[in-house]
Design a binder for this molecule. Sequence first.
Ligand code: CTP
Length: 411
Amino acid sequence: MATIVVGVTGGVAAFKAPIVVRECQRAGHDVYVAATRASLEFVGRSTWEGITSRPVAVEIAGEGRAEHVELARVADLIIIVPATANTLARLASGFADDMVSLTVLASDAPVVVAPAMHSNMWLAPATQANVATLRGRGVHVIDPASGALGSGDSGIGRLPEPEEIARRALEVLARAEKADSAPILDGRTVVVTAGGTREPIDPVRFLGNKSSGRQGLAIAAAAARSGATVRLIAANIDDSVMTLLPPSVEVTRVGSALDMREATMAQVVGADALVMTAAVADFRPQSAQASKMKKDPARSDAPVLHLVRNPDILFEVGHSNIRPPLVIGFAAETGTDEEILAYGADKAARKGVDFICLNRVGATVGFGDVPNDIRLLDASGRVVGRYTGSKDEVAAGLADQIAAFLDSLER
Ligand code: CTP
């Protein structure tokens, strides 16, 4: 049984928070409620006291008294539901002048935040920057859902169903408890490739792709947090994204597919696992020009780029004698369920991998909706797992899978 602090802040969605409390209690946990004054306009003290059979924490004790950090000390998990835009800003800035923000600041327990607000407030650059800051600090932010909003408008910003919030929060708790007992990847070395390669055309131009590298970085971070030695091969990842990495991760920066091949072949030697999330260009210009290509003002035709095939790095590692015991590839596919499963199964069989993470892209998934739905296919193309949620949640699920697979090889 764990101790969970549910922090309630002042939005109309607060009426769903008692269901989150009840779900946590039903899972056998001891729940305390901390509420901001504004939230009491929506759900009053007597409701919380009735549900938890204890006083609700609203007031911060006076100067010189330590009771106000007591909740932070006993918490194994903090869930903030709903979190208003104001709360996100206050948490990101480190405020501590109400019981909710104070408990977060004073605690080292994992924090799950479920924002709910009007679409415009959610999409505002300030809110998105606050969410990015919180995620960068390891806070689990559950993206709001789309639908009817309290204001009568419709759009993104609704609080997801409270049962779903409780389920995801309890998963975070379970992972934290497991990580506390023994780091599941202790003693393992995991190589992760991430980002997108750039194939030079001339000194200033290249053929590239849209990969931000975020999913790969989340996997590298999750593996490092689980105790692994992590070597990251990063292709053209923005510095602002690289700051999400724990400092223990060893980084090799590369540009093109050929650079990535060389780095990967060197880094996988002696590793336990390779996770190949990078978007590697399949083709490159036959020869990069040594100086910037100029257009000839006297001619109206356009130059023709001759492309040649790049090596398939995953295939090469998967069929080599330096193949780590576990090799995982990624496949981003478009099409119907049936089509993408067939593409994934084909890649799993062809590339010599143990698993392919299959991600549907280009579907009608709106901004801010659940960003990932990854199916894990084994070498025979069978679906053996599914991870949904934020990139961090997907990464944590994958770190568990890597640990379980490597452990199973030793049994
Ligand atoms: N990959 C690789 N080297 C390449 C291309 C891809 O190592 N030259 C890896 C990717 O990192 C990914 C997996 O192979 O883990 C699948 O990538 P994808 O581009 O979907 O596969 P392709 O074989 O290029 O298939 P497609 O014809 O769909 O592009």
